[in-house]
Structure formats: structure tokens, C-alpha cells
Design a protein around this ligand. Sequence first.
Ligand SMILES: Cc1cc2nc3c(=O)[nH]c(=O)nc-3n(C[C@H](O)[C@H](O)[C@H](O)COP(=O)(O)O)c2cc1C
Ligand SMILES: [Mn+2]
Length: 487
Amino acid sequence: MNDSQLEPEWRYGDLREWLRETEKLGELKTVLGATWQEEIGLASDVVIPSDDGPAVIFDEVPGCPKGFRLLINVFAGKRRAMTLGFPQGLSKQELSQAYFDHYQKKQQHIPPVIVEDGPIFENVLTGDAVDINKFPTPIWHVNDGGRYIGTGCYSVTIDPDERWINVGCYRAMIQDQKSVSLLIVPGKHGYMHREKYFRRGEKMPLVIVVGGDPLFFFMAGTEHPYGLCEYDIVGGMRQKPVELVRGRITGLPFPARAEIVLEGFLNNNNRKNEGPFGEWTGYYAQDESAQPVLEIGAVYHRNDPIILGVPPLGGGSDEMARYRAIMRSAMLKHELQNAGVPDVTQVWCHEIGASRMLHGIAIKQRYPGHAKQAGVLSASCGSTVYGCKMVVVVDDDIDVSNFEQLMWAMATRCDPATSIDILRRMRTSPADPRLTPAQRKARDLTNSRMVVDATRPYDWRDKFPRVNTPSQESARKGREKFGYLLK
Ligand SMILES: Cc1cc2nc3c(=O)[nH]c(=O)nc-3n(C[C@H](O)[C@H](O)[C@H](O)COP(=O)(O)O)c2cc1C
Ligand SMILES: [Mn+2]
């Protein structure tokens, strides 16, 4: 692939245009009449795990007005490239590389513009008119503690001292007609904002967008640096400022063409039980806990509004894993370069555990300790520190995005007694199922992780047994001559 010839092409500027493009690709299906209590969840478990499943719109959900819709499975099939602004035909590694070259490396940030009006104000509901139960919010997994209206969502907050705006994805569970509870984990930017308000006894102004352009949601769910507004990142990716309107109550900005927005104040003194929720690790690791409630003063929505649903699913790889692997791999590669690690040839943050738990790093070894440097840093960069369990560093003949190759290199080139280092008391997630009951009680959100040096040992790398796989040259020759045997 020649990256320089690949130019981003943005075919959509909101969710409606994204649906139009997905329909053109033949990847949009509609289901009428599925229940929010059970059937939408059942369908999600069928469709989302497949790499090529369709995007599905649920309409005419019993109990909800006709036209009030829910969309699932944005990131699968051919629409993946379109969603990130690229042409068709790229493999997942190529898509990640394109993301790296065009967005991650360039670091272009364009601030948003504020406009007066937009389709999001087609319906403005305040006071007694606020009733979030009319949106078709499903029970995603049978043992969930409630209806999660906020999965493919993002919350907008402003730092009360430094006055910068953050846009982060934190799950939201419906409490009643006029409130949702938000789980914001310590260390997230929204949490740091929150604590500043709460410590001075104030409520935090907040808007949450629970349906809209998926690109905003993707950037809100990715670990960008502190102080950098995710709106500026989206603007930079599209080379065009995003258009925002201001909430009537808080003044906080949100996309003029969003689908559904809830606005209000997050109240530390009004806490309600949140969870449990089937999480990205594939477990119900956290019990229900009392979390601050967003007291909703206004709801804005487009006509025939659409919730964006991105439920985490069990067992390993799902939609969240698919897109995060692409973005996190690019981010980590960038962070390693910025930290001064030379010759990192490939990075893959593996899909299992939503691309947080296992990372493969390929390097061209240049000096003693190079592999360890790359490994230790990969276990603790901004994009990876949270929830990481394993980092495997290999030589550059290995395709680290290929699970079998990565494990083969690990099994054959590492000596567990001497090649593995354990890092202790690192930052993890409350969703980590391996936190002990005592740690949970003490709110000790740390874990250990291993850094595996599966490179050929540097000081005798020339004596390491040769591999019997064909060279690139002879593999190409073989394919040309005998590739027909596989057709
Ligand atoms: C679908 C989805 C759900 C998430 N749920 C939560 C959540 O409930 N609480 C949380 O703190 N982080 C959650 N995250 C992770 C954060 O969105 C992510 O760490 C992001 O970088 C946070 O934004 P910030 O860095 O601006 O704080 C979720 C991410 C995704 C993609
Ligand atoms: Mn942020």
C-alpha cells in the first residue's frame, strides 16, 4: 500500500448521511417491532460479533413512538473504511496505518464553530415534557441492572478552572423519566472535571449526546491527552471545524446535527444505584454502586431520532474491539515514537478485551535493551496503561496483528524464566474481573502486567536458529506460480 496516494474522503457529516452511505454499501437492515425488554439485546448478540454483519435500525419498538429508532453495529463490514474517511479495500492493519498516517501523526486540531440553530433543536423538551423513557432503550444483556441509553454516547463538560472542554464516553443508565446515572471512572478527564465541581459543593453542568455522528463517539471513547478537546480532533480529521450549538441551560456545546441530547447537572448529592452492566472485559465485574445522577432539565432531539447503541459483548471481540484496535494501535505507535523508541515497525492492540489487554509490538532491534524499552513503555503509555495485562515484543518478521504468529513467536523465542518481567501496581479498570474482593473493598484499582521479550536475544541473535518459512521473495514466487491451487 502506498499511503501517500491515499487521500481521506469524508462522505458524511452526521448520522443521517452515514446511514445513506451505509445503505449504498448494501449494509443497512431494518427490524420492526422488536421489544426493548429482550429482542433488541438478542439481535445484538447475533449481529455484532460477526466481522461483516449489517448495521441494524430498530423501529416501531413497542411502547415507543413510531420513528423513534435505535441503531447498532456501526463498525463492521465495508463501512469501516467509509466511517474513518477512507476508500474501500483496506485490511484492518492498512486501515490502522492510514489512520496513523493521516490523523494520528499529523496531529491537526481545528477548533469548532458555534452556530445558532440546527436540526437538533427540531424538538426542545423542558420541564414536565422531559421523558426519556420514550426513546427505545433496550436491556442489552439479561442481567443488566437497567436500561442503558448511553452506550454509543458522549458527555461534554468544561473544566471549571482551566475552562477547556472535554468530550468523553461514559455509560449512562436510565433512572427515571428525568434522570440517568453516569459511571465515570477515576482518572478519566470527565472524572477530573467532576471532582473539581464536587469538591466545592457544586453540581457539574453536563450534556450527553446519546445518538449522533459516530466519529464523535469514537473520538470520545479514545484516550486523547489531557486538555485536548475531542471536538478539535474531529475538526482536524475532517479538515473542517465541527458545527456546534449551545445548550439552553448550561451553554455547553454539542453538534448541531446530533440526534438526541440530554442536558442538565450531575449531582453528587443525588446518587442512585448504577449497574451491574455486562462490560467490555466480558464480565459483570462490578456490582451495582451509587453513582451521581444527571438531573435532566432539557432534552433536544431531531424528528424521528436515533439512539446510537454500542453494547460491549461477552468473550472477547466485538464492535468496540474492532474499532478500538485500529485507533489504539495507531495511538500507541505514535506514543512510542514520541517517547524516543526507534524502529517500531508494527503495533497491534489485540481485539480481545476491547483492545486493552494484549498488545503486540514489532521492532527492528538496534541495541541491547531496545525490546525491553519498547515493552515497558507499551505497558504504560497514555493509550494503554488502563487495564493492560500483556505486552509481547517481537522481531519485525512477525505480523503482530496475526494472533497465531504472535503466539508462535512468543512460544518459540521467549524463555519464560528470563524473558518476562512483571510490573506491579499499575492502573487498571474497575471492570477488571481479576481485582480481588479485598482490592475492590479498598478501591485499589491497580493490577500487575507482564512484558514478554519474545525477540531473538540481542547478543546472540545471529546464532538463533533460522526459520523455515519462505522469504518474502520466494513466497511471492510461490503465490504467482501456484496461487491458482487455492482458487
Ligand atoms: C462504549 C464505551 C463505553 C465506555 N464506558 C465507560 C464508562 O462507563 N466509564 C468510563 O469511565 N469510561 C468508559 N469508557 C472509556 C472512556 O470512554 C475512554 O477511556 C475515554 O478516553 C474517556 O474520555 P476522556 O479520556 O476524555 O476522559 C467507555 C468507552 C466506550 C467506547
Ligand atoms: Mn479527553
